[in-house]
Design a protein around this ligand. Structure first.
Ligand SMILES: [Zn+2]
Ligand SMILES: [Zn+2]
Length: 390
């Protein structure tokens, strides 16, 4: 590399780094509650308070304010003053790595701490609370909320890359509500800032990394609790196929805590269901037998081979089964489902991935074990390729 092109390369890298750093995401908070009154306290750093775009006050460490709805407006009270806003109150941080704590006064709940800033607007007579947070801090918060504690670093890295990819490919879900993703399971569970060191390290070591397919599109980074020994093709569950979401065998999850399950149902209820829901001729033993004695050799889509077909996915939903991967047999007055796995079975099997991480596989090995044909790229290069494609 010539000296000049090296300089250009270095500049590009720095620019890419700055781009990545500046990326923030808008997260709708406490979306399972109607909040009319909230308390906001600084946790770290100094915050400026803006009402309808005008700077009104400064809040320093461990100081706070109350925000509430009154006469169709937003009211914000500090210890010494009261401000009102027609549309918007913002709590903007002055430095990077500032954090605040927040609690709804209408609900019994523990306060939650968040990185970044807070924007409050009106929504049907209540507060719409939006955390404007650096993407990387959001990812760490999601990994902590979704994955929990005491996992291996490589497992957290896998989670970080998945959560980041998911967030960016689902940014339009709540566009009409003034934020990008919500803090519930509908998008990704987010209960605020991360405080687990291994998670912080995993997010840092995978900084700005996302997963793309062969056409450099962000992948649908789906996962489930336990596949039972065999994952499924995306089209077997959701009708749309994806080249990277292919069925694969998995030996790593077989000792996982959700590896097996059992459910007993009165035989007469099961037979009545088959007749009612699918029109199975239950008087015909040729029609009924495969639906009372089901022993598949691998995962399938239907319980039986002849019309009327009984889809496993529907059976799972109707009987609230852990998975579609089960055998069925008669036992006295009952039929017994003996099942394997928990969840839809597409993409990463979490208990298998945890076991792989424990046995020393890297997160890249784990990704490639569950997703066929995916690549890890930096967000900045993703923008670069997208610009070229347009
Ligand atoms: Zn959502
Ligand atoms: Zn598995």
């Amino acid at each position: 590399m010539s000296q000049r092109s090296f300089v250009l390369f270095a500049v590009l890298l720095i620019a890419a780094d700055l781009l990545g750093q500046a990326r923030v995401i808008r997260v709708g908070l406490l979306r399972d509650k109607t909040v009319q009154k909230a308390v906001v306290m600084t946790h770290r750093g100094v915050y400026d308070v803006f009402t309808d775009g005008e700077r009104k006050a400064q809040v320093t460490s461990h100081d706070g304010l109350k925000v509430e709805v009154g006469n169709g407006r937003l009211i914000c009270r500090t210890l010494s003053s009261t401000y009102t806003a027609r549309e918007r109150i913002e709590f903007r941080s002055r430095q990077a790595n500032s954090a605040f704590r927040m609690r709804s006064m209408d609900h019994r709940m523990a306060e939650r701490a968040y990185e970044g800033g807070l924007e409050v607007t009106l929504e049907n007579g209540a507060l719409r609370l939006v955390n404007v947070v650096p993407l990387e801090e959001y990812v760490a918060g999601v990994v902590q909320s979704e994955a929990g504690r005491h996992h291996h670093l490589e497992y957290y890295k896998l989670q970080a890359v998945s959560c980041r990819t998911y967030a960016l490919s689902n940014q339009r879900k709540h566009l009409d509500q003034g934020f990008e993703v919500c803090d519930r399971v509908h998008c990704q569970v987010y209960h605020g800032r991360n405080h687990t060191d291994t998670i912080a390290q995993a997010v840092l070591e995978t900084r700005n990394m996302v997963m793309v397919d062969a056409d450099i599109r962000l992948i649908h980074a789906t996962f489930h609790s336990n596949c039972g020994g065999e994952t499924l093709n995306a089209e077997d569950v959701w009708s749309k196929s994806e080249p990277y979401l292919q069925a694969t065998t998995d030996t790593f999850c077989l000792a996982g805590s959700h590896a097996t399950w059992q459910k007993r149902v009165p035989r007469k209820d099961w037979v009545a269901y088959l007749k009612r829901a699918y029109g199975v001729n239950t008087a015909s033993s040729a029609d009924l037998f495969p639906l009372l004695d089901h022993h598949p050799t691998c995962r399938g889509i239907y319980m039986n081979q002849r019309e009327p077909l009984v889809p496993l996915k529907q059976v799972r939903a109707d009987w609230k089964l852990n998975s579609t991967y089960f055998t069925l047999h008669e036992e006295g007055e009952n039929v017994v489902f003996e099942g394997r796995g928990f969840g839809h079975g597409v993409g990463v099997c979490q208990e298998g991935a945890m076991e792989m991480a424990r046995r020393g596989f890297s997160f890249v090995d784990i990704l490639h074990y569950y997703y066929a044909e995916v690549h890890l790229v930096d967000l900045a290069s993703l923008d670069f390729f997208r610009d070229i494609g347009q």
